[in-house]
Ligand binder design. Structure first.
Ligand code: MIC
Ligand code: SF4
Length: 837
């Protein structure tokens, strides 16, 4: 079955004329990213020469995808909009709430028992509102989207930061918070700041041990976790066309780790093959008919420095495998230097577990290349020294690799096949260990490796590498092993060497699957009842946040000044807390518990200025809230990096925190804060971070004249009676200031929807105007029902040396960040340049 074919046809029909219209106005050759952006302007958005990193522009994305952990909040919000059916094709994927413990079959059954209530809720909301539903076990959202929904030149948003994976099929796919998804599902314009553009030219061809993953591991090293913020990364060049479609997906997927808005590749033969190989010949034929529009203009790729803000070039032939980490995905270490780094830094040398799969790396190609190493281990009588797990990305991949005999090869090597789900990647891993706090090392082919992410142990040193390198390390069980050069002793005492991995981009016998795990929604969902169990501690209808009272904020207490990295995992931890993703009050009990308090270097221990004592962050904040005392949180750079979870914005809002003041924000998190009616502020002078003291009371003295591009003034009143006055910046435009005033973007939407003739939403509302009862906000659409048996769902678906070689930066104007000698490798990477258009 080909999904969305009519929509895709209609889009391709209009694409050429939309691009032509934009061309007339901008009057210059276009990158692929610009073509896709212009082709998706909302009908009410005038074409213009938009300022990169400046202009807010309204778009009309083609589709929406949501995963179970974020869909709960997104759909609780959507239900309150009073719209009977989603306006664009949308899907929900059950993948995050699945355990990784004993193996696929048991884990899936146990997860359905444990989270049946949530799955039933998601299934019934999907059925009611016209949303496609992918059952637990069907696979990880991004792999399922790549196999079924992504199409070249399309634009989608998804409530998960790795939505960007679909760039592998030439889409602009962007991770957002649930409130943004609500806008698009409601048919309203979706707003994004016109992105900056980073071009990465790929030359040469991968070989031997190097794979697509190493391209993005290298890029992460160059650009760092914030280097892509506000930018689209567009890959091009002869090397790009040699990469498999799923390999391109891997590269785009992990673009989330450099903060990029998204990444993409031009349409090519590899993508056409993938579309045909996954049963979408019609889409490939349609794409072929508009081919010229599905890639950047020739002039752009000939002189990229004229059209991109930054350009890098990577020679795939010279690129080495990399291992990134620990604790951050941008610490990129070429394999040839890894052993030395391990020893130098005293990282635990013994590898305890190797984990392959996840949404980043679970293609047929990844699995078969890794299996070729597992087969060698079996043939050469090597026993894997580390534990080894495999997480297939979708039921289609799992079924096919099982049919082709690869899963049994892993099992012979001692591997455990886990459910088609996020599992260990999102801390749903019940790791078998005798000491959950021991310093230890693991390697994964996932994308993130923040402290505590996989197993909750802050002392687990998690490294990220390709599935092939991960498999080789799992066989060796030692981080100082280099599979390219070293030998291993087998069970018979002989020294043997692993040959280069080999695999297939496509199954020679084609993909197959018995039950892909898809449930189509009812044609008319008006009679479907949404299921929320009575007294649920997993799901809670939302109450609207209070609107702004129109006054300046006075005497806010400092709740916490967070030190160093503060990702969404630090603000709202995943793992065991995932179970409360649909219950705002319960999940709020983890708020900022991972953030390090600047004043005592501890996590979850802050001073309560009302009592003078120290306590956990959530409890302290609840005490302030009970006392009616407003509070503020201070943070460092790239605050809120990591994921799209809007809980990291809703929880502080729910607990009564009024403002977040940081050196810089990660894109999705900043938008999430704005959408939820919070004040997201940045220091005009970063050094003012040092002026914030533990006992400060803080006023915002000019909030009453809150306006776009106008700084706000904060007065820091210190305990000793002295004070500092500082300026802070914000990026709110006029519409976003209205969200703040209304209490949240959703409050504003609900108001507009129930007031026809008022504001931007009226065109949507005309046809649907239905009164929304706002207290509690979700009630209108929710019918409380008794707990539904989980069983219903139980149907099975089952740089120094060679790194320096590969990259070059092709130089440019002053505004371009120079790559430090350490990061950019001289030979393999060159930075090409920035030039103003
Ligand atoms: C992640 O990889 O961190 C997640 C879990 O997929 C998140 C979404 C979430 O927190 O639910 C993401 O990447 O956006
Ligand atoms: Fe799931 Fe991990 Fe991918 Fe996030 S990064 S979608 S948790 S597999």
């Amino acid at each position: 079955m080909v999904f969305d074919l009519d929509m895709i046809k209609a889009f391709y029909k209009q694409m050429p004329s939309r691009i032509a219209k934009a061309r007339k106005i901008v009057n210059k050759p276009l990158t692929l990213s610009e073509k896709i952006l212009f082709a998706h302007l909302h009908e009410d958005q005038k074409v213009d020469v938009f300022g990169r990193g400046k202009s807010y522009v309204n778009f009309a994305p083609d589709r929406v995808a949501m995963q179970d952990a974020t869909a709960q909040m997104a759909l609780l919000q959507f239900m309150s909009a009073g719209i009977p059916k989603v306006r664009v094709p949308s899907t929900v994927h059950c993948d995050h709430l699945i355990l990784a413990k004993d193996g696929a079959k048991k884990d899936l059954a146990d997860s359905i028992t444990a989270s049946g209530e949530v799955f039933n809720f998601l299934e019934s909301v999907s059925n009611k509102f016209g949303i496609g539903f992918w059952k637990p076990g069907a696979g990880i959202i991004h792999q399922v989207v790549l196999e079924n929904y992504a199409f070249p030149g399309g634009m989608m948003i998804g409530t998960d930061s790795h939505t960007v994976n679909a760039g592998g099929l030439g889409m602009l796919a962007i991770g957002v918070g649930g409130a943004d998804a609500v806008d698009v599902m409601a048919g309203m314009p979706w707003e994004l700041k016109w992105p900056k553009l980073i071009g990465i030219k790929l030359t040469g061809k991968l070989s031997g041990w190097t794979s697509s993953k190493d391209v993005i591991l290298k890029v992460a090293g160059i650009l760092t976790v914030k280097g892509g913020t506000g930018a689209i990364v567009e890959y091009f060049g002869p090397g790009a066309q040699t990469l498999s479609c799923t390999g391109k997906g891997t590269i785009c997927n992990m673009g989330a780790e450099i903060g990029a808005t998204t990444s993409t590749f031009g349409y090519d033969e590899k993508m056409a093959q993938y579309l045909r190989g996954t049963g979408r010949r019609e889409v490939a034929d349609l794409a072929d008919s508009v081919k010229a529009h599905l890639t950047g203009d020739a002039e752009v790729y000939e002189s990229p420095e004229k059209y991109f803000d930054e350009v890098y070039e990577i020679n795939l032939s010279e690129l080495e495998p990399h291992v990134n980490g620990p604790f951050t995905p941008d610490r990129a270490i070429p394999l040839s230097q890894f052993a030395e780094e391990v020893k130098k830094n005293g990282w635990p040398q013994q590898l305890e577990v190797g984990l392959i799969g996840s949404c980043t790396n679970s293609s047929y190609e990844d699995i078969t290349r890794s299996a070729s190493l597992a087969q060698q281990a079996v043939d050469k009588k090597l026993k894997a020294k580390a534990e080894f797990t495999i997480t297939p990305g979708s039921e289609q991949v799992r079924y096919t690799v099982e049919r082709d005999g690869y899963l049994s090869v892993f099992e012979k090597m001692g591997g455990v096949v886990l459910a088609n789900a996020c599992g260990p990647c999102i801390g749903q891993w019940s790791r078998h260990t005798n000491d959950p706090n021991r310093a230890n090392s693991i390697i994964t082919s996932f994308n993130r490796n923040f402290a505590k992410r996989n197993d909750g142990n802050p002392n687990t040193h998690a490294f990220v590498a390709s599935p092939e390198i991960t498999t080789a390390f799992a066989i060796a069980g030692d981080l100082t092993f280099n599979p390219v050069t070293d030998t291993l002793l087998n069970l018979e005492g002989q020294s043997v060497k692993l040959e280069e991995p080999k695999g297939h981009e496509f199954p020679p016998k084609g993909f197959d699957v018995k039950d892909p795990g898809y449930l189509a929604p009812a044609k008319d969902g008006s009679h479907v009842q949404v299921k929320i169990a009575e007294n649920s501690n997993r799901l809670q209808a939302l109450s609207p946040f209070a609107p702004w009272d129109g006054n300046n904020l006075k005497s806010m207490k400092l709740l916490i000044k967070a030190k160093g990295k503060c990702t969404t995992d630090h603000i709202s931890m995943a793992g065991p807390w995932l179970r409360f993703r649909g219950h705002l009050d319960n999940i709020a009990n983890n708020t900022l518990t991972g953030a390090v308090n600047y004043f005592n270097d501890k996590t979850d221990s802050v001073k309560n200025q009302l009592t003078g004592g120290y306590g956990p962050v959530p409890a302290t904040q609840r005490a302030y809230k009970a006392a009616g005392t407003p509070t503020l949180v201070v943070g460092d750079h790239n605050y809120g990096e990591g994921s799209s979870r809007e809980h990291a914005a809703m929880q502080p809002r729910h607990l009564g925190i009024r403002a977040i003041l940081v050196k810089s924000f990660a894109r999705i998190h900043e938008t999430n804060l704005k959408k939820q009616g919070m004040l997201a502020l940045t220091f005009a002078n970063e050094v003012d971070y040092d002026k914030i003291k533990e006992d400060d009371s803080i006023d915002i003295t000019d909030l009453t004249s809150f306006a776009p591009e106008k700084q706000l003034t904060l007065v820091l009143k210190h305990k000793d009676g002295s004070s500092d006055t500082i300026k802070v910046n914000h990026t709110y435009n006029a519409g976003q200031i209205e969200w703040f005033k209304a209490g949240s973007a959703l409050n504003l939407m609900a108001k507009q929807i129930s007031t026809p003739g008022n504001g931007a939403a009226t065109s949507v509302v005309k046809k649907t105007a239905k009164k929304v009862s706002k207290k509690p906000i979700a009630k209108a659409a929710v019918k409380k029902t008794k707990k539904v048996a989980a069983k219903k769902l139980a149907k099975k678906v089952a740089p120094k040396k060679s790194a320096k070689k590969a990259v070059k930066k092709v130089a440019a104007k002053k505004s371009v960040k120079k790559i430090s000698a350490k990061k950019a490798s001289k030979k393999a990477v060159k930075k090409t340049a920035k030039k103003k258009k």
